[in-house]
Write a protein that binds this ligand. Sequence first.
Ligand code: AN7
Length: 352
Amino acid sequence: MHWEGIIRHYARFFTPVPDDCVVTLLEGNTPLIPAPALARVIAPGTEIFLKYEGLNPTGSFKDRGMTMAVSMAKASGADSIICASTGNTSAAAAAYAARAGMKAFVLIPEGKIALGKLSQAMIHGAQVLQILGNFDDALSLVCEVSEKYPVTLVNSVNPYRIEGQKSGAFEVCDALGDAPTYHVLPVGNAGNITAYWAGYKAYHEVGKSARLPRMLGWQAEGSAPIVRGHAIAKPETVATAIRIGNPASWKSAEAARDESGGSIGMVSDAEILEAYKLVAETEGVFCEPASAASIAGVIKSSKQGLFSKGDSIVCTLTGHGLKDPDNAIAQSIAPVTMPPNMADVVRVLGFS
Ligand code: AN7
């Protein structure tokens, strides 16, 4: 069947969108990739699946929420949207605004967003404001601007964002025939863990799945307000996507954790980078550092003895590795530079 994007495919689960207002890049329908080699190394006896959200149109899960938020903005007659972002939301907002014929304004923390994401916001013609502050500062600003001026806020405080992002959970259930034992994901502004849990509950309520997963969320140690129980004034982490000190969906993330019998923990930058390389090298799947926090979390949980034989574990890999080429290069062995000479080439290749 021809894929029509999440709004049309999962229409019965969403607020109705007038058909002529649907703004879509045919997001969703991303692969759920089995990761047997990774499972053997990090959690033997379990089945691990990677929900590879990097294959969305702008390279992250944000497209699922943005198609809903921008479509509803269009339905309400808006001609511009605004967001704060650590990068991926701005990329999605810029692209969907372009698609809708709207203006996008994006506020990003200066110097702290991955190169690919910045290039996306720019090429789609968004007006980009680099704030000399962090994501939390930018989010307060856009909330205030959107209250006072005629521009629609498309951060995840916009409920249509969360609604659209529920579709990730629907797709996991459709692929597996049921919910997994555990659903693992990185936590930044905490919208996605909120959305996945809402999606799993909605599917369960209508009998599309027999069980509910335990939700396992992972923050970076330097940006772990939920774990530490207080806002972090100066969040830091190599995983810039989740460099957030005061998440908008804090309470609903805690509810997802508690209702599902799950947990929200933290992993160090070193653990994130190790997981980032491991999934790329063992499975051929390239995600950005923030996404790898989910894998790092599985490694940590596995060491603590959380998993049992036969458990199914789904990790959302939230963004594509190409978003952040600088980190990929920094974490890898540098290429060898050499003359175009057969003897030297075969020697370096180890054949002579
Ligand atoms: C790759 O783009 O907040 O917990 O402004 O880009 O739902 O915030 C990005 C978040 C995980 C965390 N992985 O999700 C933004 C932004 C990646 C991300 C998260 C983000 P939430």
